[in-house]
Design a binder for this molecule. Structure first.
Ligand SMILES: C[S@@+](CC[C@H](N)C(=O)[O-])C[C@H]1O[C@@H](n2cnc3c(N)ncnc32)[C@H](O)[C@@H]1O
Length: 317
């Protein structure tokens, strides 16, 4: 016997609403799609669920009602044009970070010449000519993989400390290896701690003074400011969230390192909290730190689609 999907849909929606899930409608759709093994757009053509599918819908709904992130339940998330596999132990990439990627792509388009130069180099078997981008605090690989696949001929080095995150990073890099190769880009992973002689650890892949872009979405939440959403507080790894007393414990060494690695005119692009930008910050904003360093010029704070300051960019003087 089958059960009408409409009944299961409203049941699941009611359970998620009662649990305080912020988007019960959309999450129900995703859960139904996973349970039925269909794309969301095809749900309209599936009027009923088998007993096994119904059991699965109930189970997945209960997990979401306990505020387990939807991305863990469906096994991944979209980021720009990529599908990234995520689960326990790795930070879930956020839509805000897509703006960080765009800032890097805009810089490369402005400064590194024609977009297909890397492809031409790859055809010649010359793999050492494209711009070099280092993605510190790489997590699932969202930032670095988006850049490597969207900007032909780019060499990306992704640096991550946490072994749990590195497992997901390797998996996503393998999943997208063919796309990276097809556009003449390269992607390498370095397991290293930004707080523990990172230069020595990245020096096999990266030469000081030759990097075009240092990009990072580091942990930046002050330890005392525990996030309210259970999906973040209870499921994102603490190492991905907290950046010491003022949130800048990883950003400070990142800036020092960027000053050593970047070529003159090279870009640093750092994501930060919306209270750590130009207008809203006190002494501990990312723009303040970059200006105080003295080695960078053109420090600018960029806003996300909601108008909040989220990314600081600057060039090495
Ligand atoms: C906010 S997450 C960003 C992940 C990914 N770049 C993204 O945007 O989805 C920060 C990442 O930094 C890593 N991390 C934290 N401290 C680090 C350190 N000292 N050295 C290297 N990576 C670090 C964490 O493990 C986590 O994966």
């Amino acid at each position: 016997m089958t059960t009408e999907l409409a009944a299961l849909r409203s049941q699941s929606r009611a359970v998620l609403s009662a649990a305080g899930v912020p988007s019960p409608e959309a999450d129900t759709e995703e859960i139904l799609a996973v349970a039925l093994g269909l794309p969301r757009t095809s749900l309209a053509f599936a009027p009923a669920a088998t007993p096994e599918q119904e059991r699965r819908i109930t189970e997945l709904t209960a997990r979401r009602a306990r505020r387990e992130p939807l991305q863990h339940i469906v096994g991944g998330t979209g980021f720009r044009h990529l599908w990234l596999t995520v689960g326990p132990g790795v930070f879930i990439p956020r839509p805000e970070t897509e703006g960080l990627v765009q800032a890097v792509l805009d810089h490369l388009d402005r400064t590194v010449g024609v977009i297909d130069s890397g492809l031409a180099a790859a055809d010649r078997g010359d793999t050492d000519t494209g711009p070099l981008v280092v993605d510190f605090c790489a997590g699932s690989g969202a930032v670095g993989l988006a850049i490597a696949t969207e900007r032909p001929g780019t060499r990306v080095v992704a640096v991550e400390k946490d072994p749990a995150a590195v497992t997901w990073l390797r998996r996503n890099a393998a999943d997208h290896a063919e796309e990276i190769r097809a556009v003449g880009s390269e992607f390498a992973i370095v397991v290293a701690d930004l707080l523990d002689e990172p230069l020595a650890q990245v020096s096999r892949q990266v030469t000081a003074g030759q990097v075009s872009v240092v990009v990072s979405n580091p942990p930046y939440i002050p330890v005392g400011a525990v996030p309210r959403d259970p999906e973040v507080r209870d499921y994102d790894p603490p190492i991905a969230l907290y950046g010491g007393r003022d949130g800048m414990a990883v950003v400070r060494p990142l800036i020092e390192l960027a000053a050593v690695l970047l070529q003159p005119g090279g870009l640093i692009a750092v994501e930060h909290g919306d209270d750590q930008g130009d207008e809203t910050s006190g002494a501990y904003g990312v723009p303040d730190l970059l200006r105080a360093h003295g080695g960078f010029v053109g420090v600018r704070d960029l806003r996300d689609l909601a108008g909040r300051p989220r990314v600081t960019v600057a060039r090495l003087g």
